[in-house]
Design a protein around this ligand. Structure first.
Ligand SMILES: *Cc1c(COP(=O)(O)O)cnc(C)c1O
Length: 355
């Protein structure tokens, strides 16, 4: 068996130790004689798995007690609608710094007046808050702290009078954050947490209880909070896998340590790109993502050859999103530093041969 370095944006690589642990428990979880996939979500075994995962996440992120943590389905995209509905909002302000924020804004527009208070053009930076046109009647402000496709990350947390709602899908757990600065944090699991099929919602309690009566019950945060996210059958195996990732993070120094490693991984890759005349990244330096690093080759005719030779070298899923072109290296927590080193050295060789 040989595992590749997988730079997929999502579903993305998982820590090998987590996969090995899941494999060892696959047929018989903890003496139960069954797989976690086969357990009742109401049974004491799964209830303990679920509760432990939440407790570990709370500890890792230092989530204050006045926040609920929900494990829901429908992905981050489901919450694009779930947010305006649950907040009982009439008006939402959206800062658009990339493709996901644009989608979130469009979906919200089906339910509420969704205003664009600032939009980067092109998607290579975050407009400073002093340039935003905040609405006087907004019920919330929505941001995408890390735009996965364009590799643009917010270098600050907005200071506004309304709750900040943040799509943390591709940067949650990459470093410590101050949860209390946000009203709602949500994140699809398949980037930096676990397998797809699960979305985390971390919501301040005072924002609950305002849901539009037409909110689908499976996305009703209050009802889900009252039922430990088990109003209906949850994505049990994904929840368990997320729990294993949380344990792995705790065993490996927590989010401070992740931040240190992630910053170093990203810096060396950007430094290599900036030092060459062959590779380029268009994002403003202070807004460059630690998690998703898009880059182009000086000659796009070499893209296919780059991808083929990278694959030969065990470096896979480097193709950039079709809307941006070029390459994208997603280097979430599970990407070992050795994978980034291997990519940098492959890039230097490729440049030497083809520039
Ligand atoms: C991947 C992603 C999404 C979409 O997630 P789904 O789980 O596929 O709905 C939304 N926002 C961001 C920032 C993402 O990276």
């Amino acid at each position: 068996m040989s595992r590749v370095f997988n730079f997929s944006a999502g579903p993305a690589a998982l820590p090998e130790a987590v996969l090995a642990k899941a494999q060892s428990e696959l047929l018989d979880w903890n003496g139960s004689g069954m797989s976690v996939m086969e357990m009742s979500h109401r049974g004491k075994e799964f209830v303990s798995i679920a509760a432990q995962a939440e407790a570990d996440l709370r500890e890792l992120m230092a989530i204050p007690d006045n926040y609920k943590v929900l494990f829901l389905q429908g992905g981050a995209s489901g919450q694009f609608a779930g947010i305006p509905l649950n907040l009982g909002a009439k008006v939402g302000d959206y800062v658009i710094t990339g493709s996901w924020g644009k989608k979130a804004h469009k979906e919200a527009g089906k339910y509420i007046t969704a205003n664009v208070v600032a939009k980067a053009d092109p998607f290579t930076s975050v407009p400073p808050q002093s340039e935003w046109n905040l609405s006087p009647d907004a019920d919330f402000l929505h941001i995408t702290p890390n735009e996965t496709i364009e590799g643009v990350e917010f270098p600050f947390v907005p200071e506004v009078d309304v709750p900040v709602v943040a799509d943390f899908s591709s940067t949650i757990l990459s470093r410590p954050i101050d949860v209390s600065k946000y009203g709602v944090i949500y994140a699809g699991a398949q980037k930096n947490i676990g397998p797809s099929g699960l979305v985390l919602v971390i919501v301040r309690e005072d924002l609950l209880g305002n849901a539009d009566p037409k909110t689908p019950m499976v996305w009703d945060w209050q009802q889900m909070a009252d039922n430990d996210s088990m109003l209906n059958t949850p994505p049990c195996y994904g929840w368990y896998m997320c729990g294993l990732v949380f344990q792995w993070l705790k065993e490996n120094g927590g989010l401070e340590k992740m931040a240190e490693i992630n910053e170093r991984k990203a810096k060396k890759l950007y430094d290599a790109i900036d030092a060459s005349n062959f590779y380029a990244n268009p994002v403003a330096p202070e807004c460059r993502s630690w998690m998703n690093v898009p880059f182009t080759l000086a000659n796009a005719d070499l893209d296919a050859q780059f991808l083929a030779e990278a694959k030969e070298a065990g470096l896979v899923t480097l193709k950039g999103h079709r809307s941006v072109g070029g390459m994208r290296a997603s280097i979430y927590n599970a990407m070992p530093e050795a994978g980034v080193d291997a990519l940098i050295s492959f890039m230097a060789d490729f440049e030497a041969k083809n520039a």
